[in-house]
Design a protein around this ligand. Structure first.
Ligand code: 1CP
Length: 398
């Protein structure tokens, strides 16, 4: 019976059933037909468990390793979060950081987007400042603002407060990841951490910044302190990522979101050695590593050199151009402008097709947005987009 079902959607089946449990109103948890082959999907959970391919064979992980895939895998940065009404309801009575420290809620919030979208990976619901809080830094995430640091780190003395992260510091992460891996079946879970520049910027500025003046002034004016800080942050990040992989995360992404604010020479000298050490420390785990930043068009080559298998590209550089900027032997991830999703569907469709077409010039491509989902995005657009990427990429070009 299973052989009559759509082969492309084999790995999607379990998620379709998952969506049928707890599916919120208006969610596109629909039975029916695979958008790629038009054949019926398998919907009965018991049967599905028997046909789960191993996680390692998932299109997402295969693409990370630059192996052939039946279609371009897709997931969305910030796929969990404020664009989902069920997220707003679940978080209504709890602060953001408190939510990150509550394993059951982390599990639920991570799964929410998978009940709506046919995405090929889940990303752990957490935040880049969680490991800082776990080692005792006074940090909170203020609604409408972002991370705010109680005592910014600007001196050698401040640095003493940053100790390495031990696995016992993040039991809530290990619990949530283990629960998620059991729940997700063959769908890979992506773990993540903040990159050294981005974490340092929050610690030094004391909160979000547009110009990063204080960060750059420390980077230029006190290189010894800068490197000591980034070295400590790299240790914390390594501990945090290792804990996620040890609990079952199948890939990791380093979000150096704000590194694009510095020039290539500064990046090479001030940030790259620390990112390289982070990726090297994870190499032995065998899980694919992704490296992403916003506005990093001029840094793409260097970010590739840091050692990840996959380089994330924001929307400013077309993927075929990114191919020229990144050394051979890398997969690319990206890069639809998240704001395109606020336009009518025909615009989204045309732009997404363009991303898929340009992605074909890469050795491997994972479809994503060029940055996180905007809170005002209609989840229906994202659901259609995931299906479009699958059907468009499964089509033989020509
Ligand atoms: O009000 C709310 O509901 C909180 C908003 C929110 C959410 C949903 C914050 C505060 N963090 C998160 C979750 C989060 N953070 C995820 C979820 C997993 C998923 O992708 O679905 C991820 C990956 C992050 C990582 C993160 N936090 C980054 C790197 C990714 C990126 O978007 O560039 C950064 C820079 C942060 C800091 C942060 N946390 C929250 C906000 C609003 C910000 C940005 C603040 C700023 O502009 O500097």
């Amino acid at each position: 019976m299973l052989t009559r079902l759509c082969p492309v959607s084999a790995d999607l089946r379990r998620r379709v059933t998952g969506r049928l449990r707890n599916a919120p109103d208006g969610c596109r948890a629909r039975p029916g037909h695979c958008p790629v082959t038009g054949r019926p999907r398998q919907l009965r959970c018991e049967k599905i468990r028997n046909v789960n391919p191993p996680t390692g064979e998932s299109p997402f992980l295969r693409a990370c390793r630059r192996q052939p895939v039946p279609y371009t895998p897709v997931w969305f940065m910030r796929q969990a979060g404020r664009s989902l009404p069920e997220y707003r309801a679940a978080r209504a009575s709890m602060g953001m950081l408190q939510a990150c420290f509550t394993p059951d809620l982390v599990t639920e919030l991570t799964l929410q987007p998978l009940r709506r979208y046919h995405v090929d990976a889940a990303i752990l619901f957490s935040d880049i400042v969680v490991p800082l809080r776990a080692v005792g830094v006074g940090v909170d995430i203020k609604a409408g603002v972002g991370p705010v640091i109680e005592h910014p780190v600007r001196s050698q003395r401040d640095l003493q407060r940053l100790r390495p992260l031990e696995p016992g510091d993040v039991p809530f992460i290990s619990q949530a990841v283990s629960a998620l891996v059991a729940e997700l079946g063959s769908t890979p879970l992506i773990g993540f951490a903040g990159g050294p520049f981005t974490l340092a910027s929050y610690l030094i500025e004391g909160g979000p910044s547009k110009s990063f003046d204080t960060t750059k002034s420390l980077m230029y004016g006190n290189p010894a302190l800068w490197h000591a800080l980034l070295s400590r942050l790299a240790d914390i990040t390594i501990g945090f990522l290792r804990a996620q992989v040890a609990a079952g995360a199948a890939a990791i992404q380093l979000f150096d979101s704000w590194a694009g604010t510095i020039c290539p020479d500064d990046y090479r000298q001030a940030v790259l050695p620390h990112s390289r050490r982070i990726f090297a420390a994870l190499a032995g785990t065998g899980v694919p590593r992704i490296h992403f930043g916003v506005g990093t068009g001029e840094l793409l080559g260097l970010m590739g050199e840091a050692g990840a298998e996959v380089v994330g590209v924001d929307w400013r550089v077309p993927l075929d151009e990114a191919v020229r900027r990144v050394e051979p032997g890398k997969a690319l991830q990206g890069n639809l402008d998240p704001a395109v999703l606020l336009a009518p569907w025909d615009v989204v469709e045309q732009r997404a097709r363009d991303v898929v077409a340009r992605g074909r010039t890469a050795e491997a491509h994972i479809f994503n947005l060029g940055h996180g989902v905007l809170p005002s995005t209609d989840p229906g657009q994202l659901a259609r987009l995931a299906d479009l990427v699958h059907s468009e990429s499964a089509r033989v070009p020509g």
